[in-house]
Structure formats: C-alpha cells, structure tokens
Design a protein around this ligand. Structure first.
Ligand code: ADP
Ligand code: ASP
Ligand code: MG
Length: 419
C-alpha cells in the first residue's frame, strides 16, 4: 500500500466550510480510483489566527517571566490550536463516511528536544500509525507539536507544521509530502509583493532552503532541511480547489531533476531584521570570538557580520544583523560585558530589511552581483551590509524600500511574468 502525507495550513482550515473542502480533498486522495488504495496521514495547522490568539493569551498570563519559566507552559497553551483542527477534520471525514481518527503528538509519539517553543523532532515512532493508515483509516495529526522524553508538550517554532508533515512523511516512508496552502505553489517571490511573481514548476531543495531561511515563509526552513536530508519529495499546492481540478503545484526536488535552470530562481525578503553596531572596538585577536560566543550562549542567531577600520587608531567598528525580536536582548548582553569585550558604544537599528536573490545558476555565472547593485542603485536604494554564499546574495537596506527593491530585482533578473 502506498503512503502519502498531506498537510493543510491555517488559512486552509480557517473555518468548518474550509475543513469540509479539505475533507473532500483527503477523501479523493485516499481512494484515487474510487476504492481505498492509499495510506493517508494528514497533518493540520491551527485554524488561521488561532495560534496568534493563544500566543497573546500566554504572553499576557506570563508577563515578566524569563524564557526558562515561560516557554514550557507557553507550549501547553499554543499546541492546543492544532488539536482542535485534528478533531474537526476527523469529524468532517466521518460525516462523509470516511474512517478517520486524530492522533495527538503524545499518542504517536513525536519525540522532540526540550527546547520549548523551538523544539526539534528527534524521532517519530510510526509503527502503530502506519498500521492504522494501511488498514484504511485516515490519521489526522496536529502539526507544530511534539513531546519530550519526559512527556512534556513542546512546539516546533512558528510555521512548524510544515516540519511535522515532512517528519511524518519520512517516518512513514511516504511517497511524497503534499503541503497544501493558500497559494498554488512556490513563486519567484512572495506573490503578495508583486503580481508579476511567477509560479515555479520545480525548485531545488537547496534553493528552497535559502528562500525559506531568507524570509519566504511558504515553507518553514527546518522542513526543507529535513526533506533534503531524508530525501522526501515535497510538493506545495493550493488547498482552494475541489478534487479533480488541475493543481500541479511546485515540486521541491534534487537539482538534477530540474532541466531548465535559471541563474536566479527567486527573490526573498525579511523584515524581521535588526542591526547592531559596535563602535570603537579594540582590535585584537579574540574579540569576535568574545562577542559571538556571548550571542551563541544566549541562543541568538547572527548574520551579515561586517568589520571596518574605525577613525580611532587601533580600533574597529563592527556591525551584524539578527532577528528583530532579539535585538534589545543582544544589546543588553553586550553592554553588560562592555569592559570585558572593550568597545565604546552599541547601537541598535530596527528599520532594516534583508533582500536576497537566490539561484543555483550563480555558481557558474558571473555578473549576478553587478545586476543586483545596479538595479538597487537605479532606484536610489542604499546598501548597508552585503553577504553572499555560493547560491545567494543578500543586502541589508532601509525597510521602507523593501517592496521597491524586491520588484526592481524581480524585473532586473527577468523573472517577471509576461502579461
Ligand atoms: P500556511 O498557513 O498554509 O502554512 P503560510 O502563510 O505559512 O501558509 O505560507 C503561505 C504564504 O507564503 C503565502 O500566502 C505567501 O504570501 C507567502 N510567500 C512568501 N514567499 C513566497 C513564495 N516565494 N512563493 C509562494 N508564497 C510565498
Ligand atoms: N499554527 C502554528 C503557527 O501559526 C504552526 C503552523 O501553522 O505551521 O505558527
Ligand atoms: Mg506556514
């Protein structure tokens, strides 16, 4: 019996009518030729807006608590959103005559690390689950949630249902993981930013990984990492269709499976950025290790590090970027260690965005950076920091230019859809 995992995001299960449509799509996949022929596990998100509501409730109740006294109970609260959807979808399927039951994270067990609020899945015991779906019963699984080896509930970070789905697909040895969402595939850039964005038929795991980690929230970064590591074919497609309507979506696959390779496949942006500038930093070995050691200890991910000579003799200036919500904490940590590290001042700016161009073709083509810098300069957009990897170039700019920059680059790399 072949096995398939389907995942539905928050908007796709936003009300009971949408849940019924999801149930119709599930029923059609279970019995493609009219008779049950496929083991199905369905991973669902909380209904749209629910997680935000639960987060706000937890933050209100736990005001002032440090993360180590807050995050475990935050997980207990926010993991409930997904549980509601599992029950509703199971009921909607049963009402259609399709055998279905919900399986909570602790029932399966989706065992995760104990890094509450951003846990990672360690193992999934899929034996009982596999037997149930092979026997024809659809399994409905809450995304986003896990359980520690001490039976405490965890969540996998915002957008984590994608990762749950890929992990379940890997554990079940499923033929594919279909991620149903409110767009009909992965686009050259966020279709909310430009109507000229084009749907891609295929994108490589590596490019998708860069797109996700640089801000395209269509898939959670960790889900792409996991799919790439476990070789799970992933398809992103629309949930706003009825069974039988064309819905090819975008296949995320190995680079070798893509015939028509673009130099640049996509443009990503992230507004969740801040910049920390340290002025008058002593210029001797070990300073960077001192700074970034402290950031790592505090679990703060930094990016785009630039060091430049200062006007003061024997000193340098250093800037780096990090997620906006971590900026004040990072500055406080650094300021508290000012004398040990040795610098004059620390400044935080939150009005910055990161815009990135991504494409495996960059490995073998020259002039990609030139095109980017020319396109931004033609719009009068100043570049504050630059970082590159083999398949991406990112720039930090004033956040008020984010959309302008994305559109300009989309055109400059010839990605615009022909009208
Ligand atoms: P879900 O609730 O189904 O998980 P998300 O809101 O997490 O859905 O992700 C889908 C959204 O991702 C789309 O509505 C779209 O605005 C956004 N998005 C950002 N970049 C892209 C892209 N390159 N291609 C498609 N969608 C993108
Ligand atoms: N409901 C969670 C969130 O909103 C997880 C998810 O939808 O992927 O982040
Ligand atoms: Mg999502």
């Amino acid at each position: 019996m072949s096995r398939l995992v389907m995942k539905f995001g928050g908007t796709s299960v936003g009300d009971v009518e949408r849940i019924r449509r999801v149930a119709r799509l599930v029923a059609a996949e279970r019995a493609p030729d009219g008779k049950p022929g496929r083991g199905l596990a369905v991973v669902v998100s909380a209904m749209s807006g629910e997680t935000n509501k639960l987060v706000a409730l937890a933050e209100d109740a736990g005001k002032g608590l440090s993360p180590d006294r807050f995050n475990d109970e935050y997980d207990v609260v926010v993991a409930t959103g997904e549980q509601v959807t599992t029950g509703l979808l199971a009921l909607a399927l049963r009402a259609m005559g399709v055998p279905a039951r919900s399986w909570q994270g602790w029932q399966i067990k989706v065992e995760s690390s104990d890094a509450h609020a951003s846990a990672r899945i360690n193992t999934i015991d899929a034996t009982a689950l596999g037997e149930a779906i092979d026997a024809g019963e659809v399994a409905i699984i809450p995304g986003f949630q896990g359980v520690t080896d001490e039976d405490r509930i965890t969540t996998l970070g915002r957008g984590g249902s994608d990762t749950s789905a890929v992990a379940v697909a890997a554990a079940l040895g499923a033929e594919r993981c279909d991620i149903y969402t409110d767009v009909d595939g992965v686009y050259t850039t966020d279709p909310r930013i430009t109507s000229k964005a084009r749907k891609l038929d295929r994108i490589s795991y590596e490019e998708m990984l860069e797109m996700a980690s640089l801000g395209s929230k269509v898939l959670q970064t960790r889900s792409v990492e996991l799919a790439m590591a476990k070789r799970v074919p992933v398809r992103v497609l629309s949930s706003f269709v009825e069974p039988g309507e064309p819905n090819p979506g975008t296949i995320v696959c190995d680079e070798e499976e893509i015939v028509e390779k673009q130099v640049v496949s996509g443009i990503a942006y992230s507004r969740d950025e801040a910049k920390v500038s340290l002025k008058g930093l002593v210029d001797h070995p070990g300073v960077a290790a001192e700074i970034f050691g402290r950031m790592a200890e505090a679990n703060i991910n930094v990016d785009m590090i630039v060091q430049a000579p200062s006007r003061t003799e024997g000193a340098v200036n250093m800037t780096f970027t990090l997620p906006e919500r971590e900026a004040d904490r990072a500055r406080d940590i650094l300021v508290a260690a000012k004398d040990q590290i040795g610098f004059d001042s620390a400044e935080v700016r939150k009005d910055v965005s990161k815009v990135s161009v991504i494409g495996v073709g960059m490995r073998s083509h020259v002039g990609v950076a030139k095109t980017m810098f020319e396109a931004l300069s033609a719009k009068g957009i100043n570049i504050q920091n630059i970082s590159t990897s083999e398949i991406k170039i990112s720039v930090l700019i004033d956040s008020s230019y984010t959309e302008l920059a994305v559109r300009a680059l989309h055109t400059a790399y010839g990605l615009d859809a022909v009208a």
